[in-house]
Design a protein around this ligand. Structure first.
Ligand code: UD1
Length: 365
């Protein structure tokens, strides 16, 4: 059975790596790795192939950046040719990026079954591009793998047949556990002159935070107030770097003494930086989950999250986009008032094995 495993953007790589590896244990499965090229910079893509020991993609579509319609359409056009050429028995997509929905839609139209890993998550916010991608992908999928209870609840509410849905846990945490020890050998902290547990790690890339000048200014004002209190490291996503330039914020940031802008980090360096942070401040989906798995406090600069288990069980907190609220939340952590959490059910490092077992059973039963 030939299965096309699709990756496109940075958060896909650590989800597909364990699935590719688990598929290797089944001689009857033939995984074909397809990279759409949605992310293409060395530090947004290639470094993850190296760090996660992913094989070279058998197919590279090279679509690059563009508006939502242009990027999604370019992936669809290129992927259709590949499906016709390779005639796979199923297409496996992960997460909620434009590559996910584009490949799911293309496969469905050609009657190729779609497998969605990380199904059922909903923020309830349709202004988020990922929310549209999630809803459409789930509606089209034939097998849906779910990370947390809320995913099961949403799919039930949306009328997805229960026999298509499998609660398997979080495959991204498979990569985290697999590489946690290796990541400890990263020299990132010594290179930056940082001591464990004495710095904050920041990531920001969501359009609602970085494409809006006032929102980004609110966040930067919080960092100005926090500057005398603790070192902050900020690996900057290309979208955010561009906005900092567009909005003329470069000087403001450079005037902060404790605040370090870095290029995007690879998987192992970032995991090391995350597991030794006093606090992580982010708007990423995946980092909310990784910090919960690592029991590191996480402040999420969003009004909602599609991953509520990170709040109900984990170490995550939603923080409103107000300078005072961000500063106060960090100060609570500096004062030692941190939220302790538990690891959510089945986030045990063995999700990919469960996923591949189900796939093998469905297609070879
Ligand atoms: C995408 C995903 C988002 C995910 C994020 C992780 C969608 C709709 N969004 O957002 O869910 O959380 O990836 O990073 O799929 N760029 C580069 N080099 C690259 C890639 C992008 O410079 O390798 C720049 C380009 O200017 C591009 C911009 O970043 O226009 C945004 O890239 P894009 O893929 O459209 O969305 P992300 O913001 O990365």
């Amino acid at each position: 059975m030939r299965i096309m495993n699709v990756v496109g953007a940075r958060p896909n790589f650590m989800k597909v790596a364990p699935i590719q590896r688990a598929m290797g244990q089944y001689p009857q499965l033939e995984p074909v790795l397809v990279h759409t090229g949605q992310h293409y910079d060395e530090k947004m893509s290639k470094i993850f192939f190296d760090d996660l020991e992913l094989p070279q993609p058998e197919v590279y579509l090279g679509v690059g950046s563009g508006s939502h319609a242009k990027q999604t359409a370019a992936i669809m056009v290129a992927f259709e040719d590949i499906l016709l050429q390779y005639q796979p028995d199923a297409v496996l997509v992960v997460g909620d990026v434009n590559s996910t929905v584009a490949c799911a839609l293309t496969a469905t139209k050609l009657h190729v079954p779609v497998i969605h890993v990380e199904a059922g998550l909903r923020s309830g916010d349709r202004r988020m591009p990922e929310e549209i991608n999630r809803i459409v992908t789930d509606a089209l999928s034939d097998i849906l793998f779910v990370t947390e209870q809320s995913g099961l609840d949403h799919l039930k509410q949306e009328g997805i047949a229960a026999e298509k849905v499998h609660f398997v846990g979080n495959v991204m945490i498979d990569s985290l556990r697999f590489y946690q020890e290796k990541a400890r050998q990263s020299s990132i902290l010594t290179d930056l002159g940082l001591s464990p547990w004495e710095y904050a790690l920041v990531t920001l890339h969501r359009p609602s935070n970085v494409d809006d000048k006032a929102a980004l200014q609110t966040i930067l004002s919080a960092f100005s107030e926090l500057d005398p209190q603790l070192p902050v490291i900020f690996p900057v996503h290309p979208r955010t770097r561009q906005r900092l330039i567009d909005f003329g914020f470069q000087n403001q940031i450079e005037s902060l003494t404790n605040f370090r802008l870095l290029p995007p980090l690879g998987y192992l360096d970032f995991l090391n930086a995350m597991q030794h942070a006093m606090v992580v401040i982010t708007d990423s989906g995946g980092i909310q989950e990784e910090t919960t798995a690592l029991s590191i406090p996480c402040l999420t600069l969003r009004e909602n999250t599609e991953r509520p288990v990170t709040i109900t069980l984990g170490t995550n907190q939603l923080i409103p986009l107000e300078t005072g609220a961000i500063v106060a939340a960090v100060q609570e952590i500096l004062a030692g008032n941190t939220k302790t959490g538990q690891i959510p059910p089945l986030w045990d490092g063995h999700t990919a094995e469960r996923i591949v077992k189900v796939i093998n059973h469905v297609y070879h039963a």
